[in-house]
Design a protein around this ligand. Structure first.
Ligand code: G6P
Length: 608
C-alpha cells in the first residue's frame, strides 16, 4: 500500500507530483505529502487526509516552484495517520528526505542502534529509520549509502530519496513493493504504478527486487544491490490514459461495473479458438495436467472468492482435488505441497504481499505456479511459471468488480483445459460450454439494465444494520463476494454463510426484518437451499431471492426477487455477481459513503 512518486526535470515538480499522487490514491489515502528542492534545501508539505487536503495546504502555505521532488500517499501501518507520521520523512539533520512504501521489519533494533548514535526520532513510523539510516551511511556517495541501507534492512520497501547536497538527482530502490521509472525527455519520473506517469510517458523501466534507480533529468541508471549496473528492456505501455479515468461516470466503481461485458469478452475471446479452449500462455502439457496431485488455489479478498468458485468448477469438470487457501494462512501453515502439484495464484494487482509470499512458498516446494493476474508485468506475474492475464484494464475503485469477473472466466477456461487433458469432457460439451461463455458478455449487458430496479431495492434496504447472504456450492462463493462488496463499501455489517451451515449458530442473529439474500441458481442444490430459505423466513427474515429466471419455487417465500437469465449452472456466478455489485454500489451511495475509496482500505495491499 501507499503510493510514491518522483519527478526530476525542467518543469515545476509540485503539480506533477500531486497529479501522480491522485492516480495512486487507490493505494492508500489517509495522509499525503510532497518534498521539493527549493533553492538547495528540501521543503516538505504534508498533512493528514487526502491529496485534496494536501493541495489546500499547499495553496495556503505557498506553492513550491522547484523542479525536483518526491511525493507519497499513505495507508498507515506504523503510527496513526496524522501530520507527523505522514511522509516524506527527514533523516540526519534534514540532509535526507525520503518516502517509503512497505514495512521495515527490523525497525526497532535499527532505531535503538541509531538512537545510540544520537539520531532523534519524531514520528512513530518505521520509515523514519530508513531516513536516518541513509544519513548514517551517506558519505557523499548516494549509491553506496543506498546499497548499505538495503543490506541492513529487513522487510519490504519502495523508496525514493532526496539528498540535500545532490539537488540534481533522485535515488530510489525496491524490494517487495512495486516501483517503476518513467522515461521522459529531459525529465524522468518515479512511481508505484504506471497510471501516475502515463500522462507524460509510455516508456518505463519496471524495477525488480533489490534494484536501485539513480535519476537525473537526463539520465537513468539502474543497479543491483551490489552496485553492478543493470540493463533492462524498456516496457512500453499500450493501454490508454482514458482507461484509468472516470469517463463521465460518477464513480470508478460504476464505470468498472459497466465495463464487465467488455472485460469478459476480452478475457475469453483470445482463448476460445474455433469454438474450443486454447490457453496459449499455459505451458502445462496434457501429461503434466494428468499428473497433477493437488491444485492449491491461493489469493486474498475477492480473488479468494474466485478461488472458492474455481474449486467447485475444477473439481466438477476436471476432477482434480483442489485446496483453496487465504494466502495469509497458506504462507504460514507449512502447507503440504508436492512437486507434481500446481499452485493457482489469483490477484488483480499482482502485488499483494501475502499472495506473493504464498506463490514463493509453493514454488519453493516444487509446485508449478500458474497465476491469474490483471496488472501486466507485476511481481506475481513475473515470478509465476505461467501467467494468464485478465484483460480488465486498469481497475481503480478499491472494491473490485471487473477484475473479479475476468478472473472467474479464466477459472472456467482453466477448468475446461484441465478436463480436456484428462479426457473428461467430450468435444461437443466443450463446444457448448464455450458457446455459452461467449454469450456471457451479452447477458451481463442485459443485467446492467436492471440498474433502476436494484437502485430501488437498495432504497428499501438502505437502513439495514445487518445483512446476510446464503447459498450453496457456487452460490456460496458468490454469496461471499456479494457480502464483502456490501460491507466494504457501505459499512453495513454483513455475513455470508454456506446455506446449510447457518443453523449451526448464525441463525440466532436472524430476527424480524433481517434482510437475507438467498442465492439459489444451482439446480442440483435448489431444493436444499429452498429449505434454508424457509428456515430464515420462519424466523422473520426478509428474503431477497437471487434465482434463475425460470425458477419460481422461491417466489412464495421471497419478499423480493432478482431474476437472472439462465445458462449452464457453472457459468451462473458470472451473472449473479452483477446485481450484487450494483446493489452494494447503491447501498453505499444511499448511505453517503465514499464508494471508490472506502475507509481503512487500500486497493493494492503490499503489506502482510
Ligand atoms: C484488497 C482489495 C480487494 C482485493 C484484495 C486482493 O483488499 O480491496 O478488492 O480482492 O486486496 O487483491 P489482489 O490485487 O491480490 O487481487
Amino acid at each position: 500500500m501507499c503510493g510514491i512518486v518522483g519527478y526530476i526535470g525542467g518543469k515545476s515538480a509540485s503539480p506533477i507530483l500531486l497529479d501522480g499522487l491522485k492516480k495512486l490514491e487507490y493505494r492508500g489515502y489517509d495522509s499525503a505529502g510532497i518534498a521539493v528542492f527549493e533553492n538547495n534545501s528540501v521543503e516538505i508539505c504534508k498533512t493528514k487526509g487526502r491529496i485534496a487536503d494536501l493541495e489546500k495546504k499547499l495553496e495556503s502555505e505557498g506553492e513550491f516552484s522547484g523542479c525536483v521532488g518526491i511525493g507519497h500517499t499513505r495507508w498507515a501501518t506504523h503510527g496513526a495517520p496524522d501530520d507527523i507520521n505522514a511522509h516524506p520523512h527527514k533523516g540526519g539533520n534534514g540532509r535526507i528526505t525520503l518516502v517509503h512504501n512497505g514495512i521495515i521489519e527490523n525497525y526497532i533494533e535499527l532505531k535503538i542502534m541509531l538512537e545510540q548514535k544520537g539520531y532523534k526520532f519524531v514520528s512513530q513510523t518505521d520509515t523514519e529509520v530508513l531516513a536516518h539510516l541513509f544519513d548514517f551511511f551517506y558519505n557523499g556517495d548516494s549509491l553506496e549509502a543506498m546499497s548499505k541501507v538495503m543490506k541492513m534492512v529487513r522487510g519490504s520497501y519502495a523508496t525514493a530519496v532526496l539528498i540535500e547536497d545532490r539537488p540534481d538527482e533522485i535515488i530510489a530502490a525496491r524490494k517487495d513493493s512495486p516501483l517503476i521509472v518513467g522515461i521522459g525527455e529531459n525529465e524522468n519520473f518515479l512511481a508505484s504504478d504506471i497510471p501516475a506517469v502515463l500522462k507524460y510517458t509510455r516508456d518505463c523501466y519496471l524495477l525488480d527486487d533489490n534494484q536501485i534507480a539513480l535519476l537525473t533529468k537526463d539520465t537513468i541508471k539502474l543497479y543491483d544491490i551490489n552496485l553492478n549496473e543493470v540493463h533492462k528492456d524498456v516496457y512500453h505501455v499500450t493501454w490508454d490514459v482514458e482507461a484509468a479515468e472516470k469517463g463521465g461516470y460518477d464513480h470508478f466503481m460504476k464505470k468498472e461495473i459497466a465495463e464487465q461485458p467488455k472485460t469478459v469478452r476480452d478475457t475469453l475471446s483470445p482463448r476460445i479458438k474455433d469454438g474450443r479452449v486454447a490457453i496459449d500462455e499455459l505451458s502445462l502439457t496434457d501429461e503434466e495436467i494428468k499428473n497433477i496431485g493437488t491444485i492449491h488455489i491461493v489469493a486474498c479478498g475477492s480473488a479468494w472468492h474466485v478461488g472458492m468458485a474455481a474449486r467447485y468448477i475444477i473439481e466438477k469438470l476436471a476432477q482434480i482435488p483442489c485446496e483453496v487457501d487465504l494466502a495469509s494462512e497458506f504462507r504460514y501453515r507449512n502447507p503440504i505441497v508436492r512437486p507434481n502439484d500446481v499452485c493457482i495464484v489469483i490477484s488483480q494487482s499482482g502485488e499483494t504481499a501475502d499472495t506473493l509470499a504464498a506463490l514463493r512458498e509453493a514454488k519453493s516446494k516444487g509446485a508449478k505456479a500458474v497465476s491469474i493476474v490483471n496488472v501486466v508485468a507485476s511481481t506475481i506475474a513475473r515470478e509465476s511459471d505461467d501467467v494468464i492475464y485478465t484483460m480488465a484494464g486498469p481497475e481503480i475503485a478499491v472494491a473490485t468488480t471487473k477484475a473479479f469477473s475476468a478472473q472467474l472466466n479464466v477459472a472456467y477456461l482453466l477448468a475446461i483445459r484441465f478436463a480436456k487433458a484428462k479426457g473428461l469432457i467430450a468435444e461437443q460439451d466443450e463446444r457448448k460450454l464455450c458457446e455459452d461463455m461467449l454469450k456471457l458478455p451479452e447477458i451481463i449487458e442485459k443485467l446492467l439494465g436492471m440498474d433502476d430496479f436494484l437502485k430501488g431495492l437498495a432504497k428499501k434496504y438502505v437502513d439495514s444494520e445487518n445483512v446476510f447472504f446464503i447459498g450453496r456450492g457456487l452460490d456460496y462463493a458468490i454469496s461471499l463476494e456479494g457480502s464483502l462488496k456490501l460491507k466494504e463499501i457501505s459499512y453495513i455489517h454483513s455475513e455470508a454463510y454456506a446455506a446449510g451451515e447457518l443453523k449451526h449458530g448464525t441463525i440466532s442473529l436472524i430476527e424480524e426484518g433481517t434482510p437475507v439474500f438467498a442465492v439459489a441458481t444451482q439446480s442440483d442444490l435448489l431444493e436444499k437451499t429452498l429449505g434454508n430459505i424457509k428456515e430464515v423466513k420462519a424466523r422473520g427474515a426478509q428474503v431477497i431471492a437471487l434465482v434463475g429466471e425460470n425458477h419460481n419455487a422461491a417466489d412464495e417465500f421471497a419478499d423480493d426477487i432478482i431474476r437472472v437469465p439462465e445458462i449452464n449452472d457453472i457459468l451462473m456466478p458470472s451473472l449473479t455477481v452483477i446485481p450484487l455489485q450494483i446493489f452494494a454500489y447503491y447501498m453505499a451511495l444511499g448511505r453517503g459513503c465514499d464508494v471508490d475509496k472506502p475507509r481503512n482500505l487500500a486497493k493494492s495491499v503490499t503489506v502482510e
